[in-house]
Design a protein. Structure first.
Length: 560
């Protein structure tokens, strides 16, 4: 009989035996010294804890900090008699931590030291802040010219079977999103794989798909830096920030349980991408003049309406930047504070502390402000306080979730605002949407189809003030093609389409009759202001955007 000798199997058995003997010795010594024992090969390591002690010091002292909770530091050591070990423990105590010491084997300690590789990109992670090295993120941003580059960067790390790859994947996902100015990152587990998408100019764009094993590790990392519960698969909301050369970028984390694990959305609040110059929003000069007149009034309420993601808050920031001066006090109540404005007092609501928009507004009024911005009017209490503030010498700016400028009137009445005082408080109601701007490098002029020509003819005929049509050609439009400059999307950036209604005598009379949106629109036609449809069609004809993009954002079948 021939005996088969498997050298690899034999070596593994010898290695396993040595490991068991080493663990047994560490356990015995722990009992001798009256110290707790741990086998760190089965204990998760908190990456943030490694930052308490530099790698070189940890190796020199035969120790490592593998977990921190509040001010308790869990420390792994080889020997309690090592003088350098004792000194480093005392140093950790002097930094405000309460040391919790465990005896471990050399093998266990080596596995913790190996995790220092996870810090190759990040540093100083604490309290919900993920600091990415300016040099590293600069390198990533320099390499990334578009979406294909992000996919390539991530795939290179996915193929590298190294323990620190999860941190690098997350950091490239974040750096890539900053580089291409994405507003959101969506990580969505499906049955067979996990999909990564960015929201670019309001449209979700798929970056790549990867495996569930990687997602599980990535999810844990996101939960850790977002200060969320690791062993909880329900809905959770958290936050962290990344530090880049130009300042902090706030990341809002949202987790939602799904059929195949938790769906992750990371909202990116990058102040560098905010267009807060009012003149750059695409507002028609006639309407811009009205806006400038209204925001310089000493009192009244200015409402910006539209669905989530239509740019309402950015418009309010543009108003605040336009009117700011050292002579006036401006206070904002937001959730979240999206962009920081110099010279403006900005506060954030906190439901856990019963600090709502309504309570924040009441508190702000006691600070003697000239201008107040309320992030959103969503209930009767906030509406009532905002209206009273507008009637008592304050300029109040806010947003409202309605489909049009006309919808603000019935919505406020539904919230309990007295129709008799509504038009006295409300200075102007603004409706807006965001449309993608055609790439100037590749957009193509095309003849209008019969269906599009009909829309153009009917829309332009409904514009009473024909001066809006000066210089507008009506025989052709433009369409997106796609090139390297626009990541093959055909679009670069977004711009607003707008409408507005002033509380004139005709509007005031109809408001007293509990009107519908359509009745408000009819009463406001004499103001000779463009509707969003009219504004959008003019932008199509002048090559700013395309018919397909306008149809994506508004109902072109709706009467102008």
């Amino acid at each position: 009989m021939t005996v088969q000798f498997n050298e690899d199997s034999q070596n593994k058995k010898i290695s396993d035996l040595k490991n068991r003997e080493e663990e047994a010795l560490a356990k015995m010594l722990a009992e001798k010294y009256g110290i707790g024992y741990l086998d760190l090969s089965v204990i998760p390591v908190n990456i943030d804890a490694l930052r308490v002690l530099h790698e070189a010091d940890a190796r020199a002292a035969d120790m490592a900090v593998f977990n921190i909770l509040d001010k308790r530091a869990d420390i792994a050591i080889i020997s309690p008699n090592n003088e350098l070990t004792k000194q480093k423990i005392e140093d950790i105590r002097n930094e405000g931590f309460e040391p919790n010491v465990f005896m471990v084997s050399h093998g266990s300690l080596k596995k913790v030291w190996d995790r220092y590789k996870d810090l190759s990109y990040s540093f100083e992670t604490k309290g919900g802040s993920l600091d990415i090295s300016n040099e590293e993120i600069g390198d990533v941003v320099a390499r990334i010219k578009g979406v294909p580059d992000i996919k390539t960067e991530i795939e290179l790390i996915l193929t590298a079977k190294k323990s620190y790859r999860i941190s690098k994947i997350l950091e490239i996902i974040l750096a890539g999103a900053v580089a291409v100015e994405a507003s959101d990152i969506h990580i969505e587990p499906e049955e067979n794989d996990v999909r990564l998408r960015y929201r670019l100019d309001g449209i979700l764009t798929e970056i790549l798909r990867f495996d569930h094993a990687t997602f599980k590790l990535l999810l844990s990392r996101i939960k850790l830096i977002s200060n969320l519960k690791l062993n909880f698969d329900g809905a959770q909301d958290g936050r962290f920030s990344i530090k880049i050369s130009s300042g902090d970028v706030e990341i809002r984390t949202s987790l939602l349980p799904g059929a195949y694990s938790e769906s992750v959305v990371l909202r990116i609040l990058n102040p560098d991408t905010a267009q807060v110059n009012l003149e750059g929003h695409g507002i028609h000069p006639k309407l811009l003049k009205i806006f400038e007149d209204q925001i310089t009034k000493p009192n009244g309420m200015i409402l910006v309406t539209g669905p989530t993601g239509s740019g309402k808050t950015t418009t309010l920031y543009a108003f605040l930047k336009k009117i700011y001066s050292p002579e006036i006090k401006i206070i904002t109540i937001e959730n979240p504070v999206e962009y920081h404005l110099a010279g403006v007092v900005q506060t954030q609501t906190d439901p856990d502390k019963d600090y709502s928009f309504a309570s924040g507004l009441r508190s702000a009024l006691r600070q003697d402000p000239d201008v107040i911005m309320v992030g959103e009017i969503r209930d009767g209490e906030t509406a009532e306080v905002a209206v009273n503030a507008a009637l008592t010498g304050h300029l109040v700016l806010s947003t409202l979730h309605t489909n049009s400028a006309a919808g603000a009137f019935p919505r406020l009445i539904d919230l309990g605002v007295n129709p008799k005082v509504l038009t006295s408080a409300l200075s102007i109601s603004i409706g807006q949407r965001l449309v993608r701007v055609l790439c100037p490098e590749c957009k193509k002029e095309v003849a209008l189809s019969s269906a599009d020509q009909k829309i153009v003819t009917e829309t332009l005929a409904s514009i009473t003030d024909k001066t809006y049509l000066d210089g507008v050609q009506t025989s052709s439009a433009w369409e997106a093609k796609g090139c390297d400059a626009c990541n093959a999307s055909g679009y670069v950036g977004r711009i607003g389409i707008y409408e507005a209604i002033l509380p004139t005598k005709e509007v005031e009379e109809i408001v007293l009759q509990n009107p519908s949106e359509r009745e408000i629109e009819e009463a406001a036609k004499g103001q000779l202001l463009l509707s969003m449809k009219q504004d959008g069609v003019i932008k199509v004809l002048t090559g700013v955007t395309s018919f397909s993009e306008l149809a994506r954002v508004i109902d072109l079948a709706h009467e102008a």
